[in-house]
Design a binder for this molecule. Structure first.
Ligand code: LLP
Length: 417
């Protein structure tokens, strides 16, 4: 397993070489703290595992679009998987190159397609025949040609939480793999499309590689059939999906093992292989740092009330997701407590953990909600008029704020009485 960027030194939780309490003192809480080397290490694990095989690792921007993270990955040579015009804007702003961008998503608007065509992105991963026609028409108007993949739905069960599973026939995503051949055939008549690739993405937080490999086998046989018909498929985009250990007992395949298994199936086929990892690049390199405000007992039940809430991290409420909650100062003498860990938002559903056996933290103590580098800040909101948390990047023994905490003025920007 890859080294974790968060470790205890003298019972004090550190990110790389920086103690979290020193960040809290200067930057306040709640805040997200990321490890630059943790993120880079995981990107390089993908990149190195592919080795000589033609490949591109396209970071799924939706997992965490902070400019500092995008910039870090762009400089390391990553490509990007985007799902909106806003994400393309972020990538370009961070110094990413448009020719390394793939555009996924089931509902691209004409404005977004035009923007992406003007910037000259690598590929559109298309999800319907009408979308193909739209891209063709807009490319014609701009006097250009668009590189296209069809996102096919291989109909495999990703065996993950239903809200983050995408690869079954009845889902809204992709095109039924059995209809794909005919659609590719018809798409050849579009003069402003280049049919270069096939793509798929079956779901997220997969702890076993088998569904991903099953999907790959089905997509490879489609590639063979398309090539036999004279459609010169050059790349295969397998999407994201590799899971991370949210619980100490979770045991996902390592990035190196997963890529080795992809390579074993693809290296002899004259195909460029692309992947779109989001979570597995960034989740483990982030924590949500928060302070305990109160303790209380209601009807015999212990509550730990934090200054972070569901508006900062909605995954527990939305997906029953588990995030470890670690004391920033470890003190064995304090013992443990079984408690609901909740925030200040006025909803019963506002919790970060339920019935959790954890360190017996007291008001004023700091806690780190672990594995929150992915799908955490990006899904945060201003609910209850709570300014969004700041974001901080650590590298070695240095750190800096990479997104300021929102102010009350930020809360009302654009509104009028
Ligand atoms: N490519 C496509 C087309 C996707 O839809 C996704 C994720 C990815 C790549 C990246 O997948 P990853 O490597 O991160 O598993 N908010 C949810 C996760 C939603 C994932 C949506 N699609 C969560 O917090 O668990």
């Amino acid at each position: 397993m890859m080294e974790r960027p968060f470790t205890y030194r003298d019972n004090l939780l550190h990110v790389e070489d920086v103690a979290l309490d020193s960040i809290a003192r200067r930057a306040g809480t709640p805040c997200f703290v990321y490890s630059a080397n943790g993120i880079l290490g995981r990107y390089r694990a993908y990149d190195r595992a592919f080795g000589e095989q033609p490949h591109k690792v396209c970071y799924a921007v939706k997992a965490n679009g902070n400019l500092a993270i995008l910039g870090l990955l762009a400089r390391a040579g990553a490509g990007f998987d985007i799902v909106s015009g806003g994400e393309l804007f972020r990538v370009l702003k961070a110094g990413g190159a448009s020719e390394n961008v793939v555009f996924s998503g089931v509902g691209k608007t004409a404005e977004e397609v035009e923007y992406a065509l003007e910037k000259g992105i690598h590929t559109f991963n298309c999800e319907s025949e009408t979308e193909l026609s739209l891209i063709d028409a807009l490319a014609a108007r701009l006097g250009t040609r668009a590189r296209i993949s069809l996102r096919v739905n291989p109909d495999v069960d990703a065996a993950t939480h239903p809200k983050i599973s995408t690869g079954l026939r009845e889902h809204k995503f992709g095109i039924d793999i059995h209809e794909a051949e005919e659609i590719y055939q018809r798409a050849r008549w579009h003069q402003h499309l280049e049919l270069e690739g096939v793509s798929c993405h079956i779901g997220s937080q997969l702890l076993k590689p088998e569904p991903l490999l099953d999907a790959l086998d089905r997509v490879l046989s489609l590639v063979d059939r398309l090539r036999a018909k004279g459609i010169a498929i050059q790349h295969l985009d397998l999407g994201g999906g590799l899971g991370v250990p949210y619980r100490p007992t979770d045991d996902p395949p390592s990035i190196a093992d997963y890529v080795a298994r992809l390579k074993a199936r693809t290296s002899h086929r004259n195909l460029k292989v692309m992947v779109e990892p989001g979570r597995s690049l960034v989740a483990e390199s982030g924590v949500l740092l928060s302070r305990v405000l109160y303790r209380k007992v209601n009807a015999g039940k212990e509550f730990i009330i934090l200054d972070a809430a569901m508006n900062d991290l909605i995954r527990p409420s939305l997906y029953e997701a588990h995030h470890e909650i670690l004391p920033v100062k470890r003190d064995a003498g304090r013992g443990t407590v079984k408690a609901d860990v909740v925030g200040p938002v006025c909803e019963t559903g506002d919790y970060l953990a339920l019935d959790r056996e954890m360190a017996n933290v007291l008001p004023g103590d700091l806690v780190a909600v672990a594995t929150t580098g992915a799908y955490s800040f990006v899904m945060s909101s201003n609910y209850n008029a709570r300014p969004r948390a700041s974001e901080i990047m650590v590298a070695g023994n240095g750190w800096r704020v990479v997104r300021q905490r929102e102010t009350f003025d930020d809360l009302v920007r654009g509104e009028m009485v």
